[in-house]
Write a protein that binds this ligand. Structure first.
Ligand code: PEP
Ligand code: CO
Length: 450
């Protein structure tokens, strides 16, 4: 039997239209927008309600310290980079990190890609000026093109449909790679051994040797390695463009409740988490597990109101706060927020985004981040939660599987002059493959002391 949504639920899904929506493009052609929106509404779901429920349960475990969450992927996915090799390498990087973190945490690691939908970006300015030319800012491939020309920068609603197609192709590969033997734990562990052999560092070697012993022990005990041939991998992105998220929202026939089937997990960004705004209203009405980014200027009482609004039933795994305070501020800015949430009796999942509070411009003019700041913010996050007796439940990182030079430092010692060699991101700087694995080894150590 299938259950219909109540009229109230259906009307609620469009309540955001009467509220201020920050960071939306000005589509020049409304006829084309309507057409793109109805095309999207006619397309099949990219993810399924039952998968979202499953992720919500696993995030609930992470909120209680029974699992750890790894979210990772591009700052901005691009259509051009949605290739098999790129997608494979990003999945591989996340799987390798997850294997190391699983050992450190001694709990399952929930793997979530910033993938298959991360095509729209909030911008600090609506326009970009070069010389005496001013054009609309690049808002992600879902909206307009990156080249600095009048044509490319015009918002084009057809891009909403292209984003759906690219996300669909990406998810198809994600499912194939994680179900088809590529994700086999033994294979992932072999890649990690290769990494450690090539990047001699005593600390990583010791941990990798410990994992090796654990694998041999499991084998000797007759552990069921067949069960480790596949893994679950979830898709997440910022729910920024409501003209994409709304038509991708469907009523689950088992429950009559709405799910945003563009991704398993969606979050609201630092610039759109206004309590009276369209984004908070929209995500309050979907059943997916949802996240909200919190930066250093957030008022703790606002955080409590977000909980009342987004998780009124106080359901473990429903609401994640992704904190991005900056390495220099996390130890002062995070405690008052966590304390207030705990005192209010709410269990949320705390995840650390050590990227967005640590961005600056290099002497050579590139938007960059220091690997050491990234590590230090995660360390501060663990320290704060340890002091307060709360759970550091995961990390959220911008990364790629290739050898780009976008963030400074790491054992490859990327410096200001190296940045130009392979600076490929269209938005924020990402950790490269090596820096990502190094971070995983360092966080695994922190987890052992959690
Ligand atoms: C992002 O995650 O790429 C982003 C824009 O983050 P924030 O909303 O935290 O600034
Ligand atoms: Co970013």
């Amino acid at each position: 039997m299938s259950i219909d949504a109540t009229p109230d639920v259906l009307a609620g899904l469009d309540a955001w239209r009467d509220l201020p929506a920050a960071q939306q493009p000005e589509w020049p052609d409304h006829g084309a927008l309507d057409q793109a929106v109805s095309t999207l509404a006619s397309y099949p779901p990219l993810v399924f309600a039952g998968e979202c429920d499953n992720l919500r349960r696993q995030l609930g475990e992470a909120a209680r310290g029974e699992a750890f969450v790894l979210q990772g992927g591009d700052c901005a996915e691009t259509f051009a980079d949605a290739t098999a090799d790129n997608i494979r390498d990003r999945i591989k990087t996340v799987l390798q990190m997850a294997a190391v973190l699983t050992y450190g945490a001694s709990t399952p690691v929930v793997k979530v890609g910033r993938m298959a939908g991360q095509y729209a970006k909030p911008r600090s300015s609506t326009t970009e000026t070069r010389g005496d030319v001013t054009l609309p800012a690049f808002r992600g491939d879902m909206v307009n093109g990156f080249p600095f020309t009048h044509e490319a920068r015009q918002p084009d609603p057809d891009r909403l449909v292209r984003a759906y197609n690219a996300s669909s192709a990406t998810l198809n590969l994600v499912r194939a790679f994680t179900q088809g033997g590529f994700a086999d734990l033994r294979r992932v562990h072999d890649w990690n051994r290769g990494f450690v052999a090539n990047h001699a560092n005593m600390r990583y070697e010791r941990l990798a040797a410990d994992i090796d012993k654990a694998m041999k022990f499991m084998l000797a005990c007759g552990a069921d390695f067949d069960a480790m041939r596949t893994t679950e991998f979830f898709a997440a992105h910022e729910a920024l463009l409501l003209d994409y998220e709304r038509p991708m929202t469907r009523i689950d026939s088992r429950t009559g409740l709405p799910y945003d089937v563009s991704g398993h997990f969606v979050w609201v960004g630092e610039r759109t988490r206004d309590l009276g705004g369209a984004h908070v209203d929209f995500v309050s009405r979907i059943r997916n597990p949802i996240g909200v980014k919190l930066g250093p200027t957030v008022d703790p009482s606002e955080v409590l109101r977000l909980i009342d609004r987004l998780d009124p039933e106080r359901e473990d795994g429903r609401l994640t706060f992704i904190t991005r305070m900056g390495a220099g501020q996390v130890r002062e800015a995070l405690p008052p927020i966590v304390e207030k949430v705990t005192a209010a009796g709410a269990t949320v999942l705390w995840i650390c985004d050590p990227m967005h509070g640590n961005t600056f411009e290099s002497s050579t003019g590139y938007k960059t981040r220091r690997f050491d700041d990234v590590v230090d913010e995660v360390r501060g996050f663990f320290e704060v939660h340890k002091q307060l007796g709360t759970v550091p439940g995961g990390i959220h990182v911008e990364l790629t599987g290739s050898d780009v030079t976008e963030c400074l430092g790491g054992s490859g010692a990327i410096d200001d002059l190296d940045l130009e060699k392979r600076y490929e991101t269209l938005c924020d700087p990402r950790l490269n493959h090596q820096q990502s694995l190094e971070l995983a080894f360092l966080v695994a150590e922190m987890l052992q002391e959690r």
